[in-house]
Design a protein around this ligand. Structure first.
Ligand code: EPZ
Length: 423
């Protein structure tokens, strides 16, 4: 398994171009199932999860052409509405094919996603919403067997705010017969990006960006062109890296207003951040102040930035609490940060962080995507070398992070297991 070797103690300076958003690209790839015409995308990030989703769609019969960040997807010849366990077990977001398959083909066989490191992550809201739209759903042998002659519009209120639940039901509703109202809908920018693509494909959706989506079903959708929005979590991760390691970095091709909660917390920590239309400049030349964080749904502080902020608080002046309200087990990075010399204790969904003047490099293990990013940030400011193992977790959601970090002055290199040494 590949590792990242990080020599800490260097400040960061220069420019980083932020890639397209993983959590927009994944539902958007699935939305191409809804039309029998090509959907042409730009700014698709080069990530393991995107390649996995593409493989899942191609084994259904999707025809795809990719060139750099451009991708053309043609679902005209899709004839195998099945998402097998072998692929679904590697990426939970595969559940996002359920709504579009049902909407377009009236049938779907999708493996139930297993649990994952950060929580049980059930899909009961996806299933309940589709049943409200008339789908007949059976759970058997680890699979969701769904059938519907034609989905009917329904008034759905999800029990909690669910990002992919909202996206699945939205993709089901656009071809349903009649009006669907999704109450308590997720407002994450990635949901809005999916909705904008669906409208470009001919869907009728009102309330985009709000917690109440009203969809008038149509008979069919057509092809479209769409550029995937910038990844706000990748951008936030780099903001935290500079806040922790120090330096002066400009992020290009970002959407600052999608990061308001993160930027506000970083300013509270003493970081200087300038905002442009599509760029952010982050400067830090001293030890940050510890900042209390409580994760919640958008537009509040995102759970996907919690681990990165834990790394920042680990080296900050003072102490702070980090409260995780979305997932029940998203503190896997704590023990690994403590191996680097952090002082963090956990009680239920609250972590108590006492900032230390310095961390010391060590071998640590990544456990999930954002925990990996947290360990990289900690490694950038630890004394000596930090070796982050199992960085396949990192590769799921970051497009060549080590290259981007090296270009702004970090001493980071990938050590490939099969190369038996320095990469
Ligand atoms: C999406 O996951 C993101 N993934 C996650 O990003 C992100 O952390 C999460 O939203 C929260 O913002 C993608 O978009 C591909 P949820 P999702 O459904 O949709 C419970 C990353 O690092 N729930 O909003 O799976 C659930 O257990 C990843 O990029 C149910 O109980 O999250 C959780 O406690 C990690 N039943 C809460 O709701 C359901 O049917 C929110 O989950 C659905 C969800």
């Amino acid at each position: 398994m590949d590792k990242l070797a990080i020599e800490g103690g260097r400040t960061l300076s220069g420019e980083v171009r932020i890639s397209g958003a993983k959590n927009a690209a994944l539902p958007i790839l699935c939305a191409s199932l809804l039309a029998a015409e090509p959907v042409n995308l730009e700014n698709v990030p080069d990530l393991k999860d995107v390649r996995t989703m593409l493989a899942l769609l191609e084994q259904m019969g999707m025809r795809a052409e990719t060139s750099g960040g451009a991708m053309s997807l043609d679902a005209t010849h899709v004839d195998n509405p099945v998402a097998p366990y072998e692929l679904v077990k590697t990426m939970r977001a595969s559940i996002l094919v359920l709504g579009p398959l049902l909407a377009r083909f009236g049938t779907a066989t999708v493996s139930l996603p297993g649990g994952c490191a950060i929580g049980a992550r059930p899909v009961d809201q996806h299933i309940r919403g589709l049943q409200a739209m008339g789908a007949h759903i059976e759970l058997a042998h680890g699979y969701i067997e769904a059938r519907a002659t034609r989905l009917k519009g329904a008034h759905i209120v999800t029990d909690m705010i669910t990002v992919t639940g909202t996206e699945n039901l939205l993709m089901a509703a656009v071809l349903a017969d009649g009006e669907t109202v999704l109450e308590n809908a997720a407002r994450e920018p990635e949901v809005g990006d999916l909705a904008h693509l669906l409208v470009a494909m001919g869907a009728k959706i009102d309330g985009i960006g709000t917690d109440r989506l009203v969809i008038q079903g149509v008979e069919k959708l057509h092809g479209a062109y769409h550029t995937v929005i910038a990844d706000r979590i990748e951008a936030g991760t780099f903001l935290c890296a500079v806040a922790a390691a120090g330096g002066d970095v400009t992020l290009r091709q970002v959407r600052p207003h999608t990061l308001d909660a993160v930027i506000s917390k970083l300013r509270e920590a003493g970081v200087t951040i300038e905002e442009g239309d599509d760029w952010l400049r982050v400067r830090m030349n001293r030890r940050p102040h510890a900042v209390a964080v409580r994760t919640s749904e958008y537009p509040a502080f995102p759970t996907d930035m919690q681990a990165q902020f834990m790394a920042l608080n680990a080296i900050a002046k003072g102490s702070a609490q980090v409260v995780e309200t979305i997932f029940e087990n998203r503190f896997m990075h704590v023990q690994e940060l403590n191996r680097l010399g952090a002082h963090i204790t956990v009680d239920g969904n609250t972590a108590f962080v006492t900032g230390m003047p310095a961390l010391s490099g060590a071998t640590v293990m990544a456990t999930d995507l954002r925990a990996s990013a947290s360990l990289v940030i900690a490694g950038l400011c630890a004394q000596g070398e930090t070796l982050v193992d199992r960085i396949y977790h990192l590769d799921r959601g970051y497009d060549r992070m080590e290259d981007k970090l090296t270009r702004i002055g970090a001493n980071v290199r990938r050590v490939s297991a099969n190369a038996g040494g320095r990469a």
